[in-house]
Write a protein that binds this ligand. Structure first.
Ligand code: FMN
Length: 207
């Protein structure tokens, strides 16, 4: 039995393409692998607190030394990390915002990338991820297209960022499905959604 953590990050509801696609994927997945469990978190509607000074003080000190204030400062971080570690697979729906990720998803990442919980610094000063043997699928929604080899590719700070930051904590097996060209006219949009849905089918049969 596999536990999948399904996270949407678009603040849009029915009109959100990333939300529609992750929902279809999860529905198809559960239809095929009925024994698997899905944990859902909606970051489009639940604001995650930004990291602040008590958070930093708490994460860089031992839990035994924490005052009630410091313990409270990392409570949500502890919860999000426990949830993240309890899953073997991740399905994330992520719109491209200003060439990168929505700020609330960035706030989520800041809460879960935490020393001694999801990574450690070794004696040589290198980072070692603690979140190993996981697989991640990221379905993005984009108004334009940033395909490798095109001039626009240099503006894609979304896929490289997600690969780098989740790679740092140990999640290196990451598949991207880009629903792109969504603002480039009906034909481009239809074609892109068709391609994304085909890629989603392949994932359900072979992930
Ligand atoms: C604040 C904002 C910033 C955006 N920035 C970009 C961008 O940099 N590049 C792009 O291709 N599309 C951009 N878009 C378009 C969205 O990526 C596109 O509408 C996508 O479908 C949003 O995801 P959703 O449908 O799941 O809500 C932006 C949209 C918004 C609202």
């Amino acid at each position: 039995m596999t536990n999948i953590l399904h996270i949407d990050t678009s603040p849009r509801d029915a009109r959100s393409i990333s939300r529609q696609l992750t929902k279809e994927l999860i529905t198809n997945w559960q239809g095929t692998y009925s024994q698997d469990t899905v944990t859902y978190r909606d970051l489009g509607h639940q604001l995650i607190a930004p990291v602040d000074e008590p958070w930093i003080a708490a994460t860089f000190s031992s839990p035994e030394s924490h005052t009630p204030e410091l313990a409270a400062a990392i409570k949500i971080s502890d919860e999000l990390i426990d949830e993240f570690l309890a899953a073997e697979r991740y399905v994330f729906g992520v719109p491209m915002y200003n060439f990168s990720v929505p700020s609330n998803f960035k706030a989520y990442i800041d809460q879960i990338v935490r020393v001694k919980r999801t990574f450690v610094v070794n004696e040589q000063g290198g980072y070692e991820g603690l979140v190993t043997n996981k697989k991640m699928l990221v379905i993005t929604a984009r108004g334009g297209s940033y395909t490798q080899g095109t001039p626009a590719a240099q503006f894609d700070f979304q896929e490289p960022y997600i690969r780098a930051i989740f790679g740092l904590i140990g999640v290196t097996d990451i598949t991207f499905i880009h629903a792109d060209n969504l603002a480039m006219g009906d034909d481009a949009r239809t074609q892109s959604l068709e391609n994304a849905r085909q890629a989603m089918k392949d994932i359900v049969s072979n992930w």
